[in-house]
Design a protein around this ligand. Structure first.
Ligand SMILES: NC(=O)c1ccc[n+]([C@@H]2O[C@H](COP(=O)([O-])OP(=O)(O)OC[C@H]3O[C@@H](n4cnc5c(N)ncnc54)[C@H](O)[C@@H]3O)[C@@H](O)[C@H]2O)c1
Ligand SMILES: N[C@H](CO)Cc1c[nH]c[nH+]1
Ligand SMILES: [Zn+2]
Length: 437
């Protein structure tokens, strides 16, 4: 492992930008071209294209794309009581946090006789993508299915890549069942997104596609979202990232463990340490090596830790400034009085305060959503929440007195814009009010 320590204050502006660059994305033009071909095939040949792509990319020849009742029942049997209880507990916490996000309709009288309202409506049909390339992610099924259920989206389907034996991951199926989702399709990658965005003989077309995934999945979501005939997307949720801020008293083995937990996701995951202490940084490097040898996915860990970054900064304020510039998906703060630094955090998908808050807890079961913006999108995007499964619809109602009072204001503004038909729609009514016969 060849990790070097970078002194932040001695880097030039260009060197800082280079040091904070995410691992290079694969040739985006080529990727988008190939993903477009997959989407076109799915639109042209429907289920048969899905079966063909599944054989090619997932190495399995399926008889049917949809999980049937027998497979749901077998999945339930495959899990131990402990495993089921853990999933149920996670669902409970995620449900509690997302139910607390339910908002009441809003009604305000902005001027006498002018009522403005905001109401929430669930999105009619949502497609939830649950990754299963490197590892099946039943926790992602929880993060997508729970808010979709609370929002009350009438059509909720899941797509997830099949395993080599042609079945779906049993834990994903159990989560689906516990969250009231009965339609699960064994389809992965760009072809799954295409199926949900455009529909096929067996997969219903949805209005919005949710969920993280690899570059194939993300590219397909972007392409389908740019097509009025496709489906909206939730947010750009790509390869996992974590940035840890640690002071001299942080526990190096905790810090290393948190960096490795995200590195485990994929070779293009990114882990960053920012610390005020060279001693802590050196101890973390030792811990990374020691813990990596004991962990299962050593080659993925090594590849991703090879592009990890360790920065030494002059002050904690400089550490938070660096983090805000990077805008990590996850920010872990292992410093004394971590909560006191919250006002300094401006750009992060999800924040983990203090030594006893490993990111793993948010990934699985504390209650917050783990579908979060990556690639610096945390500067402007937020992680998934209930509102992503809803539309906010405004309503207004004016009384005759309300129009009499406010109508002339609209007429004046219509005049500024030279849109006399707009003015006329008010004036015909004002004339009627002035002269009711
Ligand atoms: N940002 C977040 O909120 C968040 C949350 C969870 C996971 N993640 C990320 O999601 C990603 C999951 O990726 P994954 O690969 O494990 O699973 P995945 O399910 O996204 O991808 C697997 C699918 O990719 C397709 N595929 C693979 N190779 C292909 C090829 N050469 N051509 C066309 N299609 C191909 C296959 O159809 C396969 O089913 C990871 O990077 C993980 O870090 C992010
Ligand atoms: N860390 C991931 C989000 O980037 C979520 C996850 C799922 N399973 C384990 N972790
Ligand atoms: Zn994770």
């Amino acid at each position: 492992m060849s990790l070097s320590l970078l002194e932040w204050s001695s880097l030039s502006a260009d060197e800082r930008r280079a040091a904070l660059r995410r691992p290079a994305q694969a040739d985006t033009d080529g990727l988008h071209r190939r993903v477009r071909e997959i989407i076109d095939e799915v639109r042209a040949r429907g289920d048969q294209a899905l079966l063909d792509f599944t054989e090619r990319f997932d190495g399995v020849k399926l008889k049917s794309l949809e999980v049937d009742a027998a497979e749901f029942a077998a999945a339930e049997q495959a899990l131990s009581a402990d495993q089921r209880a853990a999933l149920e507990r996670a669902i409970g916490n995620v449900r509690r946090f997302h139910e607390a996000q339910l908002s009441n309709p809003l009604q305000i009288e902005t001027s006498p006789g002018v009522i403005c309202e905001r109401h929430f409506r669930a999105i009619d049909a949502v497609g939830l993508y649950v990754p299963a390339g490197v590892a099946p992610l039943p926790s992602t099924a929880v993060m997508l299915a729970v808010p979709a259920n609370i929002a009350g989206c009438p059509t909720r389907i899941i797509c997830t890549p099949p395993r080599k034996d042609g079945t779906a991951d049993p834990a994903v199926l159990l989560v689906a069942k516990l969250c009231g989702i009965t339609r699960v399709f064994k389809i992965g990658g760009a072809q799954a997104v295409a199926a949900m965005a455009y529909g096929t003989e067996s997969v219903p077309k949805v209005d919005k596609v949710f969920g993280p995934g690899n570059s194939w999945v993300t590219a397909a979501k972007i392409i389908a979202a740019n097509d009025p005939e496709g489906a909206a997307l939730d947010l750009p949720a790509g390869p996992s990232e974590v940035l840890v801020i640690a002071d001299q008293d942080a526990n190096a083995s905790f810090v290393a463990a948190d960096l490795l937990a995200q590195a485990e996701h994929s070779a293009d995951a990114q882990s960053i340490l920012v610390t005020t202490s060279r001693v802590l940084a050196e101890a973390t490097i030792e811990q990374l090596e020691a813990q990596m040898r004991r962990l299962g996915r050593e080659s993925t860990l090594r590849e991703s830790i090879n592009h990890a970054r360790l920065f030494i900064v002059d002050s904690l304020q400089a550490a938070f400034d660096l983090s805000n510039a990077y805008a990590p998906e996850h920010l872990i703060v292992q410093v004394a009085k971590a909560r006191d630094w919250l006002p300094s955090i401006r750009n992060a998908g999800s924040v983990f305060l203090g030594a006893w808050t490993p990111e793993t807890m948010g990934d699985y079961c504390s209650g917050t959503n783990h579908v979060l913006p990556t690639y610096g999108f945390a500067r402007a995007y937020s992680g998934l929440s209930l509102v992503d499964f809803q539309k906010r619809m405004t309503v207004q109602e004016l009384s005759a007195d309300g129009l009499r009072d406010l109508g002339p204001t609209a007429v004046t503004i219509a005049g500024l814009e030279g849109l006399d038909a707009h003015a006329n729609a008010v004036q015909v009514r004002l004339r009627q009010l002035a002269n009711p016969s």
